[in-house]
Design a protein around this ligand. Structure first.
Ligand code: ZN
Length: 198
């Protein structure tokens, strides 16, 4: 028996398909949305659409941005020979918040996970290799310390080693399994400063 109207069910279904939102939260959000004033719902709906239509990958580092080249890559004062590899744009934002990193980034948009069937071809690794044709002094691997993050770090290190470019891994001040985005700035900086050669 359908407890709710078809429209509500559809809304709950769409919300429940989002990451981190279970069925209960989806129901709560759906009813919250329906009780919201119509103009606020419209603002929310249009900001989702506008973000979807205008946000794209930076042509250099592949972070999500409104422009062809993101503000970090466009900044000539940054060291473009120093590339920090992160799993996603949220991790980039975490390091940017420290205000102390002077290099640029490369956003993989995921990590290698044989369990989930995510291989090297499914993340932005080919694009990283292409960037190494330029003048790169060091690649800092700052993937998470989860199994997937470590697997990815190992893969990248093996891939870059033959080029002679220096490869480092952020120190393990970052707790095992910890997502970079939840770690405080001091720990992030310590991890960066204590990075080790691979
Ligand atoms: Zn960029």
């Amino acid at each position: 028996m359908d407890l709710y109207s078809g429209h509500i069910n559809k809304l709950i279904e769409e919300l429940a398909a989002l990451p981190g939102i279970g069925n209960k939260s989806a129901q709560r959000l759906a009813f919250h949305l329906i009780n919201m004033p119509k103009d606020r719902v419209q603002r929310l709906a249009s900001s989702i659409l506008e973000a979807k239509e205008n946000v794209r990958y930076c042509k250099e580092c592949f972070t999500l941005t409104d422009r062809d080249i993101c503000p970090v890559c466009a900044n000539q004062n940054r060291n473009h020979g120093l590339i920090m590899v992160v799993e996603n744009t949220r991790d980039l934002a975490a390091y940017e918040k420290t205000g102390r990193y002077e290099g640029v980034y490369h956003v993989l948009h995921g990590a290698i996970s044989p369990m989930l069937g995510i291989g090297p071809g499914d993340i932005k690794l080919k694009e990283l290799v292409e960037r190494l044709q330029g003048e790169v002094e060091e690649v800092i691997i700052a993937t998470n310390s989860s199994l997937e993050g470590e697997t990815t770090a190992m893969y990248i290190s093996k891939m870059i080693k033959p080029t002679g470019i220096r490869v480092t891994r952020i120190a393990s001040g970052v707790p095992v399994g910890g997502d970079l985005e939840y770690i405080d700035e001091v720990t992030l900086l310590r991890a960066l400063e204590g990075r080790v050669e691979l």
